[in-house]
Design a binder for this molecule. Structure first.
Ligand SMILES: Nc1ncnc2c1ncn2[C@@H]1O[C@H](COP(=O)(O)OP(=O)(O)OP(=O)(O)O)[C@@H](O)[C@H]1O
Ligand SMILES: [Mg+2]
Length: 362
């Protein structure tokens, strides 16, 4: 299957000078977003999915996504991300628990859920023999878009995902990234209020990735679309998501805004490498004024900064005043990987490898 979804972008999709997909003329952008009486939230309670001969892929998750929020579901391979998305998009029945999308129960009110949402799933099902434009035309017809609106909608979406020039080429000649972008456009055809994106940027080059971030941010910010997005990329969760849920082996192990999660797990560390080996003790003495000792590289000295104890600049100034020559000094700010490590005992990449080994052993 392929897509569905909405539109909206977001504040700090960084002003990088990445290539942007061509912008859509303002007049064509229709505001959908918070439609009359629409509750674009996602509410999940005790959701479980067991596979007969497989694991408990989703092991009792609770979450709530507010209307217009971008929720990043971050986890390694096999964590249960796609299984969750399949349940929330009504494509897979839960074993237990409940989920409501835009106020509709995913089990009892499947058709209403499907009318409201758009989804670009991990495996896009596109027909290699059709062109991009033909896919959009078909989707618009299937979604009941009025005939006289279809052409404008098609042009708008092709432009929005940067496929105007390739619109009349068959999909078999598209790159992986172009297929992902077409899938996103298909997800947006019927102006969904809630958008599910399962690893939307896997396989995209950095420019297409930032363009997609920008488009997703725009959909949320300008059009009030709620976005549930899965990813294995720390940076993606960090940059794009208002809130992040970290999923590991079917359970949510941490949830919050990226900055709160990082602040929770630890403070920044400063590591200095003295120019002269025998100055280590003196360097350590200065650094200890700023925080507690922590693990450093063999030649270095490191402390974990106490929040109130000044910045890297203060440390540099103090070392300078003591006339200590430093070969290298670095500030390590906590990342979402540190959060993952703190909660699971393994790094995000390590977790995927562990799980692969587990399944090899089975
Ligand atoms: N149809 C199925 N039958 C049996 N087991 C399944 C099925 N689908 C998924 N699983 C298992 O459920 C677990 C979660 O899979 P899921 O696809 O949800 O992970 P994911 O987080 O999306 O991973 P990835 O990042 O690789 O896409 C995995 O162990 C997987 O092997
Ligand atoms: Mg998946």
């Amino acid at each position: 299957m392929s897509a569905a979804a909405a539109e909206h972008d977001r504040a700090e999709c960084r002003g990088d000078d990445a290539t942007h997909w061509p912008r859509v003329p303002v007049g064509l952008v229709t505001t959908l977003g918070v439609m009359a009486g629409g509750d674009n939230s996602i509410e999940v309670e005790g959701l479980v999915r067991e596979f007969k001969k497989g694991p408990r892929a989703v092991d009792g998750i609770d979450l709530r996504v507010e209307p217009g929020e971008i929720y990043g579901f971050l986890g390694p391979n096999g964590a249960g991300k796609s299984t969750t998305v399949l349940m929330l998009t009504t494509l897979l029945p839960p074993t237990a628990g409940t989920a409501r999308v835009a106020g509709f129960d995913v089990v009892k009110e499947g058709p209403s859920v499907r009318r409201t949402i758009g989804a670009a799933l991990q495996e896009a099902a596109l027909d290699p023999m059709l062109t991009g434009r033909e896919h959009l035309r078909l989707q618009a017809a299937l979604q009941g878009i009025a005939r006289d609106e279809r052409r404008a909608r098609e042009q708008e979406l092709l432009a929005r995902v940067g496929l105007s020039e390739a619109a009349d080429r068959k999909v078999k000649g598209y790159s992986g990234g172009m297929k992902r972008r077409l899938d996103l456009a298909l997800a947006l055809v019927h102006r969904p209020r809630v958008l599910f994106l399962d690893e939307p940027t896997t396989g995209l080059d950095p420019q297409s990735r930032s363009a997609l971030w920008e488009e997703v941010g725009r959909l949320a910010r300008d059009e009030g679309v709620t976005v549930f997005l899965t990813t294995q990329y720390l940076e993606e969760a960090d940059v794009l998501a208002d809130r992040v849920g970290i999923i590991h082996r079917g359970r949510i192990v941490a949830e919050g805004t990226p900055s709160a999660l990082k602040a929770d797990v630890g403070r920044s560390t400063v590591e200095a490498i003295p120019a002269e080996e025998d100055e280590r003790a003196r360097v350590a003495e200065i650094l200890l004024r700023f925080g507690d000792p922590t693990q450093a590289s063999p030649k270095g000295v490191a402390v974990q900064l106490a929040n109130s104890n000044g910045s890297l600049a203060d440390v540099v100034r103090a070392l300078d005043e003591a006339k200590l020559a430093i070969a290298n000094i670095q500030l390590h700010a906590p990342t979402l990987d540190d959060v993952f490590l703190a909660k699971t005992g393994t790094s995000l990449e390590g977790a995927a490898e562990d799980d692969e080994q587990d399944s090899d052993a089975e």
